[in-house]
Write a protein that binds this ligand. Structure first.
Ligand code: CTP
Ligand code: CA
Length: 227
């Protein structure tokens, strides 16, 4: 690993970050996707690398440049993203910031679907694997710290608490994406960090600042896990 601080607080720690959307093909030219710029996940990977961590960044298609000092793995689908994450194990910390498509088309068409005189195609969907829940499952390869995101439009903390329990992760960054929060497409982010039962309300911050603060919290936690 050539960059990052050799003597940073995270030097010697291995980390994995997911970012961006996934694309689930309908046919060779069409896909289903989530709305995601990849800004937050890429900023987290960059912030961890600046603190000296070894970082594997598994990202779906985005317009973001590859951050300096991280090992990049570019993927398309949720299933590819899961496989790339499992390939990156073992790690000490996993941060799942990707906006993974919840469903894929069950059987992708081999050829471009054609319009057929008003006869509409029907897409049969299948559920994608849950990468965060899979990484959180107890076992020898489970990262010591697994962090998820929850983008919610209402009852932000309540939904995030339920998500943390359901997924089995350790922390959740709950993101208020209601229209009034100005998060989507905007520069600023209002998040709450749930560390198990402990709730921290963070002030509105840029995505870069959220990334910086999360990376610092991760570094503090690894040094003194009781906190
Ligand atoms: N996530 C994941 N794999 C999936 C779906 C979600 O790793 N197939 C992760 C996301 O990266 C995020 C967290 O799970 O860290 C929460 O994603 P979200 O879409 O809010 O949760 P879901 O369980 O899919 O619930 P919802 O029905 O609200 O979409
Ligand atoms: Ca989802």
């Amino acid at each position: 690993q050539m960059s990052g601080q050799m003597d940073g607080p995270l030097s010697g720690w291995r980390t994995l970050v997911t970012s961006g959307p996934t694309h689930e093909p309908i046919d060779p030219v069409r896909y289903i996707a989530n709305r995601s710029s990849g800004k937050q996940g890429h900023a987290i990977a960059a912030a961890l690398a600046r603190l000296g961590a070894m970082v594997t960044l598994v990202s779906g298609p985005t317009a973001q440049p590859d951050p300096a000092g991280v090992t990049m793995v570019h993927v398309e689908t949720a299933r590819d993203m899961l496989a790339a994450c499992q390939e990156a194990l073992p790690v000490d910390v996993a941060v799942c910031a990707a906006a993974v498509a919840d469903w894929r088309v069950k059987a992708m068409a081999g050829q471009k679907l054609k319009k057929d005189g008003g006869h509409l195609p029907t897409l049969e969907l299948a559920e994608n694997p849950d990468i965060l829940a899979t990484l959180s499952r107890p076992g020898r390869m489970r990262p010591a710290l697994v962090v998820g995101f929850a983008a919610e439009t209402e009852k932000v903390v309540g939904h995030a608490r339920a998500k943390l329990a359901r997924k089995g992760c350790d922390w959740i960054v709950a993101n208020d994406v209601s229209p009034s929060s100005g998060t989507f497409g905007g520069a600023s982010n209002t998040v709450h960090l749930l560390r198990g039962d402990t709730l921290e309300d963070w002030p509105p911050l840029s995505k870069e600042a959220v990334a910086e603060r999360l990376a610092m919290a991760i570094a503090d936690h690894l040094v003194s896990p009781a906190d």
